[in-house]
Design a protein around this ligand. Structure first.
Ligand code: NFS
Length: 657
C-alpha cells in the first residue's frame, strides 16, 4: 500500500490502483513500471525516417562531448544530431497540430450543417459571438439572418484548412506588434493542412537539413494550431453549443453513482457528449433506467477533454483525467465507456473484460478492437447518443455488486471561464473589460498570470507536479488559468472554488478574487481552448498599460506533466506567440545540446518567447515567477509591487471594481 500511495497524490486514484491489483487487472501504472523508456528515443537521438536506419545517436553520458565527436554523431545518411533532434520535434508539432485541427474540421462541417438547418441536431446558440467571429472573417452581417451569416462563416472557415493563398484569418486578432514579428520571421501560417504537409515534407530524409530553418516551419505549423485549428474549434463550438459561463460542478471518481446508470464519455470532440447530455435527460430513457432498477436515473460524467467541454457548458461532472480512464472502469460501476478520438488507451476493452462495462467507439476516425462501434453522424449524433444510453441501461442489471467500489472522493469546483466571461466578471455585463485585471497587475495585487495546462504522465507521480506548482504560484499572487487534464488535477485539491482564494492565494490575489468572487485558479476548458488563453492575453495587451505585444506581458505558461504530441504543438505556439513556456517530466531534444540551448534561449531573439525544462515543481514555479518579475521590471512595475498593498485608497479603488 505504501508503494501504491506513491503513484498519485489523489486518494481516489490510489484506491482504484489497489483495487485493480486485487482484481488482477493491469493498468497504465503497472505498464509504466514494467516498461522502461528508451533513453535514446527519449532524448530525441533516434532517427527512423528511412530504412538505412533506424540510427541511434546517443549523447555521451556523464561527460562533455568533444567538437569532433559531436560532428561525427551522424546518421547513415549524414544527418547531424541537430537535424535529427529537430526533425523529431517538428514531427511532434505536425502530429499535435493535425489532431487539434482535424477536430476543428469536424466541428466546422457540423457547423455548416447546423447553419443549413437540414438534418442537424445543432443550432446557433451564441448569436453575439457569431457576429463577432463573422466580422473577424470580414463577412457582411448587415441585413442578413443568423443562418445566412453562419453558413458563410462555416464555408469560409472550411477554406482555412486548404486555401491556396493568403494567411490564416485569426492571425489578425493578435496584437499588431505580434503580427509584425510573425511577418519578420516568415512564420505566418497559410492553410492549416498545408503547414502540416510541409512539416512532413521538410522532415523526410534529405530535405530541410538546417535545424533553425526546420523550427521556422515548426513555429508556422504550431501557429496554425493555436491561431487556426484550435481557435476555430473553440469559436465555432461556442457559437453552436454556447459560450461557457461560470458553472458549478464536481470532480473525481466519486461522481460515479451506485443508484444510477453510469455513462462515462471520454475523448475530445464535444458533439456526441452534447447529445449524451440531451439523451440522458430523455423522459423515455429515464423511465427505462428506473424500470431496470436504476432509481437514480442516468448519470453522465466524463474523462479528459470531452469532460471539460460538457462541464464548461452543462456542469456535467468530471470523473477524472487521462490516467484515470482505466480506473473508472475498475470501479466496477460503469455501464458504458464511450470514446471518440485522442488520449484513449487501447487497454480499455481488456480492463473492461474483468467487469461488465461496455466500451463503445463512435467516430468514423477511430476504432478499437474489443469495443462496440456505434458510428455517429457528426452533424446529428443524437440517434447514436440514444442508442448508447439505451445499451447502457440494458447493461445496468449486469453490474456485479461484489465488484463495485466507488471511491468516496469528489470535490466541488467552478468552471466556465471563457475569455469573454473573464471580461464580464471583471468589467460587468455591459462594459466587459480587462481593465480591472490590468489595473490589479499594474498596482501589484496580482503579480502576473500563468497558464498551467496539459496532460498527466505515468512517468511521474500523478498530479503531484501540477498541484505543487499551482499552489506555489497562487501563494505568490500569480493568477492561474488552466485547461485540459491539468485543470482537473488542481480542481481535485479544491483550488477552483472561490474559498480557495483565502485558503491558498497570496494576500493581493486573494483580495482581488474575494472582491470579484472568483477562484484563484480559473478553469478555461479543454486543450483546444488554450486558444482562449491566447485571446485573454491579447485582450490584456489591447486593454493597455502592459506593453504592446504578448511578449511584454508578465505571464508564463507550463505543462508540468505533459505526454502528448499535442502538448508540444501547444507549447510551440505559445513560444512563437511570445510566451515563456516551461515543460516538466522530460525534454525531447536533450540529445542535441545545441538545439536545446537554442530553443531555451536564442529563439527568444526571434519570437520574444522561449522554452524551459524543469521537472521540479517548486523550481518550475520559481522560473515562472522570475520571468514574470522580469517582465514587470521591463514595464516599470517592479516598484509598484513594492508599494503597500493595503493602503486605503487602493482598497476603495478595488471596492469600486
Ligand atoms: Ni490535452 Fe485533452 Fe489530457 Fe493531455 Fe490528453 S486529454 S487534449 S492531450 S492527456 S491534457
Amino acid at each position: 500500500m505504501a508503494e501504491m500511495e506513491e503513484r498519485s497524490v489523489d486518494g481516489a486514484t490510489n484506491e482504484m490502483i489497489e483495487k485493480a491489483t486485487q482484481d488482477g487487472v493491469l493498468t497504465v501504472f503497472d505498464r509504466a513500471e514494467n516498461m522502461r523508456p528508451c533513453p535514446i528515443g527519449a532524448e530525441g537521438s533516434c532517427c527512423k525516417l528511412c530504412s538505412m536506419g533506424p540510427c541511434r545517436l546517443p549523447a555521451p553520458r556523464r561527460r562533455e562531448e568533444t567538437p569532433e565527436e559531436k560532428d561525427n554523431r551522424r546518421g547513415v545518411c549524414g544527418a547531424t544530431i541537430e537535424t535529427i533532434a529537430a526533425r523529431n520535434f517538428v514531427r511532434m508539432v505536425a502530429a499535435g497540430t493535425s489532431a487539434h485541427s482535424d477536430h476543428a474540421r469536424t466541428v466546422v462541417e457540423a457547423f455548416i450543417q447546423a447553419a443549413k438547418g437540414e438534418g442537424s441536431d445543432f443550432g446557433i446558440l451564441d448569436e453575439q459571438k457569431l457576429l463577432q467571429v463573422a466580422l473577424d472573417f470580414g463577412i457582411e452581417i448587415a441585413g442578413r439572418t443568423s443562418r445566412e451569416i453562419a453558413l458563410e462563416l462555416g464555408e469560409e472557415a472550411l477554406k482555412e484548412f486548404g486555401k491556396p493563398d493568403g494567411t490564416l484569418k485569426f492571425l489578425e486578432r493578435a496584437p499588431l506588434r505580434r503580427q509584425q514579428v510573425w511577418e519578420e520571421q516568415n512564420s505566418k501560417p497559410r492553410a492549416i493542412d498545408r503547414e502540416v504537409v510541409e512539416c512532413l515534407h521538410r522532415t523526410v530524409m534529405g530535405v530541410d537539413l538546417d535545424y533553425k530553418h526546420l523550427f521556422q516551419q515548426a513555429s508556422r505549423t504550431a501557429l496554425a494550431d493555436g491561431w487556426g485549428g484550435s481557435m476555430l474549434a473553440t469559436e465555432l463550438q461556442d457559437i453552436m453549443l454556447g459560450t461557457p459561463v461560470p458553472t458549478t460542478g464536481k470532480v473525481n471518481l466519486g461522481v460515479l453513482r451506485h443508484d444510477a446508470v453510469n455513462i462515462v464519455v471520454h475523448g475530445h470532440e464535444p458533439l456526441l457528449p452534447e447529445m449524451l447530455v440531451v439523451a440522458s435527460q430523455d423522459k423515455e430513457l429515464r423511465a427505462a433506467a428506473a424500470a431496470n432498477g436504476a432509481t437514480g436515473g442516468i448519470n453522465l460524467s466524463g474523462i479528459c477533454c470531452s469532460a471539460n467541454e460538457v462541464l464548461m457548458r452543462h456542469g456535467v461532472p468530471l470523473a477524472g483525467n487521462m490516467l484515470q480512464q482505466e480506473l473508472a472502469v475498475v470501479s466496477g460501476a460503469v455501464e458504458a465507456m464511450v470514446v471518440d478520438v485522442q488520449c484513449i488507451m487501447q487497454s480499455l476493452p481488456k480492463v473492461a473484460d474483468c467487469y461488465h462495462t461496455e466500451v463503445m467507439t463512435v467516430s468514423h476516425k477511430a476504432k478499437l478492437p474489443g469495443a462496440i462501434h456505434i458510428e455517429m453522424d457528426d452533424a446529428a449524433p443524437l440517434a447514436a447518443a440514444k442508442e448508447i444510453v439505451r445499451r447502457a441501461i440494458d447493461n445496468y442489471p449486469n453490474r456485479a455488486q461484489s465488484k463495485v467500489n466507488i471511491p468516496d472522493h469528489s470535490v466541488d469546483l467552478v468552471a466556465g471561464f471563457s475569455h469573454e466571461t473573464i471580461g464580464y466578471l471583471l468589467g460587468g455585463l455591459f462594459r466587459a473589460s480587462y481593465k480591472p485585471l490590468n489595473e490589479n497587475i499594474i498596482n501589484g495585487r496580482i503579480r502576473g498570470v500563468a497558464g498551467v495546462v496539459g496532460c498527466t504522465n505515468a512517468r511521474v507521480k500523478h498530479e503531484d507536479i501540477h498541484t505543487q506548482l499551482v499552489r506555489e504560484l497562487v501563494k505568490n499572487d500569480v493568477l492561474v488559468i488552466q485547461t485540459g487534464c491539468a485543470a482537473m488535477a488542481c480542481a481535485k485539491i479544491g483550488l477552483m472554488t472561490p474559498e480557495a482564494a483565502h485558503l491558498h492565494a497570496g494576500p493581493g490575489l486573494a483580495e482581488v478574487c474575494e472582491t470579484v468572487g472568483i477562484p484563484p485558479v480559473l478553469h478555461m476548458g479543454s486543450c483546444v481552448d488554450n486558444s482562449r488563453i491566447l485571446m485573454a492575453a491579447t485582450a490584456m495587451v489591447k486593454e493597455g498599460g502592459l506593453g504592446d505585444d504578448l511578449s511584454d506581458l508578465p505571464v508564463a505558461g507550463a505543462a508540468p506533466e505533459w505526454m502528448a504530441e499535442k502538448a508540444i504543438a501547444i507549447g510551440q505556439y505559445f513560444v512563437a506567440s511570445g510566451v515563456y513556456t516551461v515543460f516538466g517530466v522530460t525534454w525531447p531534444t536533450v540529445g542535441s545540446p545545441e538545439v536545446t540551448d537554442w530553443l531555451m534561449d536564442e529563439i527568444s531573439e526571434s519570437y520574444g518567447g522561449k522554452w524551459a525544462f524543469e521537472p521540479d515543481p517548486i523550481k518550475m514555479a520559481k522560473l515562472m515567477i522570475d520571468h514574470i518579475d522580469e517582465k514587470r521590471k521591463a514595464l516599470g512595475l517592479d516598484e509598484a509591487r513594492e508599494r503597500v498593498l493595503f493602503d486605503m485608497e487602493m482598497r476603495r479603488d478595488l471596492d469600486a471594481v
